[in-house]
Design a protein around this ligand. Sequence first.
Ligand code: HEC
Length: 160
Amino acid sequence: MKSKGSLLLAVVVALCMGACGGGSGDKESKGKFAPPPVAKPLTFEEAKADWKNQKGLGPVTNVDLGELDDALAARGKEIYELKCTACHSPENEKLGPAPKGILERRTPEWIMNMILNPEEMAMKDPIGRGLLTKYNTVMANQGLSQDDARAVLEYFRTLK
Ligand code: HEC
C-alpha cells in the first residue's frame, strides 16, 4: 500500500516536471528545468566525415608538417618496425588498420594522439571508439616520446 502510494506520487511529480519543463510557455520556469545543453558525441560516420576537424584527445594540439624530412622519416620507419609491426603492416590490414594514405583520412594531430594516448582515444574519441568497435582490440600504448611519435608520423607521410 505504502509503496504503491509513493510510486503514484513519483509518477505525478514526473508528469508535473514534464509539463513545467515543456509546454507551459513560461520561459522562466522552462529555463530552470531544462537540462544544460550537452553536445551530443559524434557518431563514427559523422566524425569520419568531419575528419579534417578531428584532432583527437591527448598532448598534441598543433603540428606543422612542412617539407618532408627524409632523415626524420627514416628514424620513424625504424621505430615503427620495432614497435608497431606486431599489429600493423604498412600497406595491409593486420590487427589494426594500415597507415598507408592515413594523412588523407586523419589529421597529423589525431595520428600523434592515437600513438601517444591510445587508451583514452579508444574510449572517448569518436573515431577511436569506432575503430575499437571495428577491430575489437585496444591498441597498446608503446610508450613513445612525442619526438618519436612525430618521427613515425613523418614516416607515414611517405606511405601514399
Ligand atoms: C597490440 C597491437 C597494436 C600495437 C602494438 C600498435 N597498434 Fe596501432 N592500432 C591497433 C589497433 C587494434 C588499432 C585500431 C584502433 C583500436 O582498436 O583501438 C590501431 C590503430 C592505430 C592507428 C589509427 C589508424 C587509422 O587508420 O585511423 C594508428 C595511427 C596507429 N594504430 C599507430 C600505431 C603505431 C605508430 C604503433 C607503434 C608505435 C602502433 N599503432 C602499435 C593495434 C596496435
